[in-house]
Design a protein around this ligand. Sequence first.
Ligand code: TYM
Length: 332
Amino acid sequence: PARLFSGMQPTADSLHLGNYLGALVNWVSMQETYDATYCVVDLHALTVSPDPEALRQRTRVTAAQYLAAGIDPERSTLFVQSHAPEHAQLAWLLNCLTGFGEAGRMTQFKDKTARFGADQQNVGLFAYPVLQAADILVHDADRVPVGEDQRQHLELTRDLAQRFNARYGETFVVPDVHIVAATAKVNDLQNPGAKMSKSASSPNGIIELLDDPKKTAKKIRSAVTDTGTEVRFDPAEKPGVSNLLTIHSALSGESIASLEDRFAGKGYGHLKVEVADVVVSALAPVRERALELLADPAELDALLARGAQRARERASAVLARAFDRVGLLPAP
Ligand code: TYM
């Protein structure tokens, strides 16, 4: 089967609904047909200088949520990025192939430097997308399921693979990006023009997978909606209502058209109450299972160790190929 690779950063105490609908739900369904590898990208998280104890905890919490959402560690390879040093080693080769201007044009980097000032950022953040490219290429991935915000990083990955292949001969698979349009961008409940984001959203704008269900329902009931009263899907004119319809439809499976029909003449309040029910009943079992898994960290660590072993088998072969192509002597 074709190979799949994706990952998330352990940068918060919980994943949010954007991570879940934009990526994780698709990961779960895609593991049926692909040879899938899912990674907790802890090295990427270091770019925001986390507290060491928080990073340790968040790495386990992120892995537990993958499992709780339905990633099957027998079928798929599940591991922590830093446990496979080949990722960072390949990133160095790719750093030496990436232009300064090229890295500087990445919008996630530009947004952060614009918001907080370039002096506040580290070189790791600048090189972040190159490490991401290494993650993907070192696993010979054919496809990468992500949300819309990752498109540019995936384009860079493809460019780097092609550049390396052109310079040194066929070495890397050039991966396809896989974005599920309907859920590619889940928006902030309080600021529905912007994506739900762990770094930019206010606490009330984010639905966390591990939030208490009462808190989740409350956040949805107090979501910002739009002027007017009509429940209609129109992201430009009605970003708040449209976001709620997207979330409902993605979790319930009911089409947006059918939701518009059912809520005709009913007003926003009814919609919010139902969306809250749908979200809470979808997330409650995921939350419970994640908390169960976290109660036994030794078992979780053992599972991640087995995953790392599998990941390294593939990554070390690809890395050896790349080292040889660029002219590094075989390691003694
Ligand atoms: P991260 O950790 O920011 O996000 C994880 C995944 O969640 C998706 N996502 C969203 N989807 C829809 N709506 C939203 N509001 C939303 N917010 C986040 C992201 O698109 C992503 O799929 N750079 C990556 C991590 C990474 C990676 C990789 C991904 C590192 N190496 C290799 C794929 C392959 C990131 O920051 O994800």
